[in-house]
Ligand binder design. Structure first.
Ligand code: GLP
Length: 241
């Protein structure tokens, strides 16, 4: 793991965006894995600015999002589809046909998950996957478990995740209890991984991810086994390392 400590959230966002931009310039047909949550918003802002400045182009980029709430349609303002449109897709020239996000309203979950995996493989796999990390060490929506969940699957969200994500909803009762997420194996297949974490809330989790045992109880610890992971932290998230 390569660990970069940025002074603050702005610097973290710039560094993450620059790594992604470098990848897009190197390969304009990059298969880009994207994340949601509050942490990547700054990264997306910098990417949009770089696009507006003519430095990067999304025309041939194929995107795959990590996850989506189950039971929420793409028009819903709480959906990750909506989040991605608002923060990135509607601000750059990505081809709508190249955007891939699990369908939270699918009727056949198994088929949706298998099709999502097949789409990723069919495009040749993910070149660079951006990740955040949950307070409980989840990546995507891979919650602490007894085993590393392999492929895209339906997840029962942990109480801690429901609590953490309730800040985006009017009340905690509105937070979906399930989600569709890429699995740990799907994520580990990515050629490069960039994980970003900000704030003191994440400091213990980040320490355990990097130095703790590799254990599905902290899903992000699997990243210790990946050959090309860059972790970008602000000083608060790096406080314990
Ligand atoms: C959600 C997402 C994760 C994200 C995590 C942390 O649960 N499924 O992909 O990493 O939240 O979010 P935040 O960046 O808001 O702390």
């Amino acid at each position: 793991m390569r660990i970069i400590v940025a002074k603050n959230y702005e610097e973290l966002s710039t560094k993450a965006a620059h790594l992604i931009a470098g990848q897009l310039i190197m390969n304009p047909e990059t298969r880009l894995g994207l994340a949601t949550g509050a942490t990547p918003i700054g990264t997306y802002k910098v990417l949009v600015k770089m696009y507006n400045d003519g430095l990067i182009d999304f025309k041939k980029i194929v995107s795959f999002n990590l996850d989506e709430y189950y039971g929420i349609d793409s028009e819903n303002a709480q959906s990750y589809y909506y989040f991605m449109n608002k923060n990135l897709f509607e601000k750059v020239n990505i081809d709508k046909n190249n955007i891939n996000i699990p369908n939270g309203m699918c009727e056949d979950i198994e088929k949706e998950c298998n099709d999502y995996e097949a789409k990723i493989r069919g495009k040749g796999g993910i070149d660079l996957q951006l990740l955040g990390i949950g307070r409980n060490g989840h990546i995507g929506f891979n919650e602490p478990d007894l085993k590393f969940e392999a492929m895209t699957h339906l997840v029962d969200l942990d109480d801690d995740t429901i609590d953490a994500n309730s800040r985006f909803f009017d009340s905690i009762d509105e937070v979906p209890k399930k989600a569709i997420s890429m699995g740990i194996k799907t994520i580990m297949h990515s050629k490069k991984i960039v994980l970003i974490a900000s704030g003191i809330d994440k400091a213990d989790t980040v320490y355990d991810m990097i130095f703790g045992p590799i254990n599905p109880n902290l899903p992000a610890s699997a990243l210790q086994l990946h050959k090309d992971v860059t972790v970008i932290l602000d000083e608060d998230a790096a406080r314990k390392i």
